[in-house]
Design a protein. Structure first.
Length: 403
């Protein structure tokens, strides 16, 4: 990959680079950082994965997905210099993003690690600031079976002498040991973020700028991002030299919307809550949200996941929250877990009213007929799960507008 990037002069950039790794919270941290920079008038490019509906979502300029034309031009440029070099899907996508970013002359690049950190394609650029969000057990076949092993892989994005913002409240020792010469800014030590548990509970962030001066913010919690990750984003940007005003940050938090993360819709008197939560920590956050935001009716679930996920621990604590489960297969995903196997797991955990469906659309059609106003449908388990229902939600919303 480095050879191809060098041939296209993409292995270095004049833009400031923020690289984000971690198990959960990467996407929301990227999006919140992006929103702040846009509010400040800073030209920013973001590279994330995976996408929900269209590949273009992965590469954005100032919050807008790039066009098919730009992607095709980037792929053609890569093809012209590829020669005998073999690249993975993610390496090609990463080089395409860097090619597009270069053509726009951006001020800041925010790059989300796809998997791990040390060997990830985005690590080809040296970050000016690194951000590591929470560390949890996931992708064990590639990253290791415990938090110390996983932390070591995530720490691969750190650079000696450069700031490293750590958002995990109890970070594995391996992060610091992997690069002890990085300048660490640790949660609840060099910076903090408190509150934000309820919609009226203000978030309070305390951080340090590059000169070591302390700055404080208070704002209403933005939807779809934990207070810790919001604080980590603000701290990271401050270290890059970008500090919003209190008023700007308040505006951003009220306007912030992240597709697929604790995203709620009201359709015909029913609440539809979608979340791409696909590991135990993310599902635990979803469960806390459900408890903190009760509905007058019943909670129903549409669930589908990939077979290499820790489905038992994902569902142990959330299992009893739903009056009925609609468990779907994911025929579009080669790694999709069998719905009958998930049904057995939920049954063993004490779940009741379990049905299986060949896809998320059929599950949606079934539960939609059952729900009454005041009920809530929670859809979670995978990016694939959400991508299957978003068009259905949008169709109902468009119909309501048309009527």
């Amino acid at each position: 990959m480095a050879t191809v990037a060098s041939r296209l002069n993409l292995d270095r950039t004049n833009a400031k680079v923020l690289t984000v790794a971690g198990t959960n919270g990467k996407g929301s941290s990227v999006a919140f950082s992006e929103a702040i920079l846009i509010k400040l008038g800073i030209a920013v490019g973001t590279y994330t994965s995976p996408h929900i509906l269209n590949f273009n979502e992965r590469i954005k300029i100032n919050g807008n997905p790039v066009s098919d034309k730009e992607i095709c031009e980037a792929l053609e440029a890569i093809r012209d210099v590829l020669c005998d070099t073999s690249l993975t899907y993610f390496e090609i996508a990463t080089i395409a993003a860097l090619y597009i970013f270069k053509s726009h002359g951006l001020d800041v690049l925010i790059l989300e690690v796809g998997l791990g950190g040390r060997l990830d394609a985005v690590n080809i650029l040296d970050p000016d600031v690194s951000l590591i969000t929470s560390i949890d057990i996931d992708h064990t076949e590639w990253l290791g079976a415990d938090r110390e092993s996983i932390g070591k892989e995530k720490a691969g994005i750190l650079r000696a002498g450069r700031p490293a913002v750590i958002a995990d409240p109890f970070p594995p020792k391996s992060i610091r040991e992997s690069n002890p010469n990085a300048k660490f800014f640790r949660y609840n030590r060099e910076w903090s973020a408190l509150g934000g548990q309820g919609k009226n509970d203000l978030v309070e962030v305390s951080l340090q700028n590059p000169q070591g001066a302390e700055k404080r913010y208070r704002f209403f919690p933005p939807k779809g991002i934990l207070a810790t990750n919001a604080g980590a984003s603000i701290q990271s940007l401050a270290l890059l030299g970008f500090e919003p005003s209190q008023e700007q940050l308040s505006d951003i938090s009220q306007e912030f919307l992240l597709v697929g993360r604790l995203q709620s819709f009201l359709l015909n008197g029913h609440e539809i809550l979608i979340d791409v939560a696909h590991n135990p920590s993310a599902v635990a956050t979803l469960a806390r949200h459900i408890k903190a935001n009760e509905v007058v009716g019943k909670n129903y679930a549409i669930f589908a996941a990939l077979k290499d996920k820790d489905i038992v621990n994902m569902l142990t604590d959330i299992c009893g929250m739903f009056a009925a489960w609609f468990i779907a297969d994911l025929p579009e995903a080669a790694r999709g877990a069998d719905s009958n196997g998930i049904k057995r797991t939920i049954s063993e955990l004490g779940g009741t009213e379990l049905t299986t469906w060949p896809n998320t659309k059929d599950a949606w059609d079934a539960v939609w007929k059952l729900m009454v106003p005041g009920d809530r449908l929670v859809i979670f388990g995978s990016f694939y799960t959400i991508s299957g229902v978003l068009p259905l939600i949008q169709s109902i919303r468009d119909g309501a507008k048309g009527g």
